[in-house]
Design a protein around this ligand. Structure first.
Ligand SMILES: Cc1cc2nc3c(=O)[nH]c(=O)nc-3n(C[C@H](O)[C@H](O)[C@H](O)COP(=O)(O)OP(=O)(O)OC[C@H]3O[C@@H](n4cnc5c(N)ncnc54)[C@H](O)[C@@H]3O)c2cc1C
Length: 405
């Protein structure tokens, strides 16, 4: 039996996969899993969708069934925070209990939802959404007939808007930028999302910053926009991005850049410390730049890769980035990282409910995305991964099956 101790900080999706991989790859030493939530590892995507809608119980999000989790034989510490890394002594200090010695440390601390620093942002009717606890609190507030104000027209905000409409609330989305999901998708997709939400009765205000929230005793919440307009509402959700939980790493002197810097083996600037998931910043060869990916796929695959690297296996974490979002009856998927420098080829009609946009780098597909196009996107993914040379005209031609390319 190995006398090594591997400590994982953060029992979210990446941490859960790291722990499971250590065992499935045969590590029989001590695995300590530290998590500041009361739950065993779970997946977050349903929190803005089926869990928030009340269609499924939060327990359905757990990565492992309880027997399978127990069988991993972990030293699991729920409700405990890691507070300091002593790199010289290879010890991790905790909010409760003795410090723990580690041989390898895997940081899977994810991130926390940003709250705007405006007056009234901590009023009782104002929420963020990151955890099962957040989904329970927000879900209870989303009562039919109430008015929800979503601050931020990004993925979380739009998914919550769609779920709230399904639950019968009046919904307004205010977005400070000129279009929805501006940072991640091209203008055609922003327009598609705008049409989708407007058709479902959501009021969308673009280029509208929020200045303050206020509520007198027994009064409704009032939001004041940058142009002075006032919006009355009952519930507010901030969907304004994520802050990487990299303080532990920064205070320990590890290289950080809006997250913990890792190489393609998930190693930080200290070779005994690895990082994975939403907290990790790595050079994505597909995008030719460093990035921090907030996606289900990356959390799982990087958690697995970090565990393997901790066991001494050579890994090369370079998955083709994949992200999806479900809103109403629309499933939108993005493979790769589209950029304005790519040549755009559209397959189908961007004004319809289903189409694919390809992003070409010379004669190769670098990225593809689209709503309700899972089958075509499956083939698009292969074209990207295999770096197949393509003819743009054939890509655009609906009569030519992508499988033929
Ligand atoms: C509402 C919602 C919907 C989403 N929908 C989608 C989707 O549709 N598609 C998609 O691809 N992605 C989606 N995502 C993103 C995806 O869920 C995340 O990328 C993924 O959860 C990241 O996993 P992680 O393990 O890196 O971080 P997390 O899951 O955040 O886990 C980190 C854990 O570490 C804990 N922690 C932090 N610091 C410490 C500390 N010092 N000590 C102990 N514990 C600590 C945190 O509390 C947390 O439990 C969604 C995310 C959210 C919140």
């Amino acid at each position: 039996m190995s006398d090594r101790t591997i400590v994982i900080v953060g029992s979210g999706q990446a941490g859960g996969w790291a722990a499971q991989t250590l065992r499935s790859d045969g590590f029989d030493g001590r695995v300590v899993l530290i998590g500041d939530e009361p739950h065993r590892p779970y997946e977050r995507p349903p929190l803005s969708k089926a869990v928030l809608a009340g269609d499924v119980h939060p327990d359905t999000t757990y990565l492992q069934k309880s027997e399978a989790f127990d069988a991993l034989n972990l030293d699991w510490r729920p409700d405990v925070s890691a507070t300091r890394i002593d790199r010289a002594a290879k010890r991790l200090h905790l909010s409760r209990g003795e410090p723990i010695h580690y041989d390898s440390l895997i940081l899977c601390t994810g991130g926390r939802a940003r709250r705007l620093g405006i007056p009234g942002s901590d009023l009782p009717g104002v929420f963020t959404l990151r955890s099962i606890g957040d989904a329970a609190a927000l879900g209870a507030a989303l009562v039919a007939g109430k008015r929800l104000l979503v601050v931020g027209g990004g993925w979380i905000g739009l998914e919550v808007a769609a779920t709230a409409r399904k639950k019968g609330l009046d919904v307004t989305v205010v977005e400070a930028m000129g279009r929805l999901c501006e940072r991640t998708v091209p203008a055609e997709i922003s327009s598609y999302l705008l049409r989708l939400h407007t058709a479902h009765g959501v009021q969308v205000e673009l280029g509208a910053g929020i200045e303050q929230l206020a509520q007198g005793p027994g009064e409704e919440l009032t939001a004041t926009l940058g142009d002075g307009r006032k919006l009355a509402c009952d519930v507010v959700l901030f969907g304004v991005g994520l802050i990487a939980n990299d303080e532990l790493a920064r205070e320990a002197g590890l290289a950080c850049e809006g997250g913990v810097l890792v190489d393609s083996q998930c190693r930080t600037s200290d070779l005994d410390i690895l990082a994975a998931g939403d907290v990790a910043v790595w050079h994505c060869d597909w995008a030719y730049r460093r990035m921090r990916l907030e996606s289900w796929q990356n959390a799982q695959e990087q958690g697995i890769a970090a565990a393997r690297a901790a066991l001494g296996t050579t890994v090369n974490h370079q998955p083709l980035p994949w992200f999806w979002s479900d809103q109403y009856d629309v499933n939108l998927q993005i493979f790769g990282v589209p950029t304005p420098r790519h040549q755009v080829v559209v397959r189908g009609d961007v004004d319809s409910n289903s189409f694919v946009m390809f992003f070409l780098d010379a004669d190769k597909v670098a990225a593809a995305l689209g709503p309700n196009a899972a089958r075509d996107l499956r083939f698009a993914r292969r074209l990207i991964e295999r770096r197949t040379s393509v003819d743009p005209q054939q890509l655009a031609e609906l009569q030519v099956p992508l499988s033929k390319l």
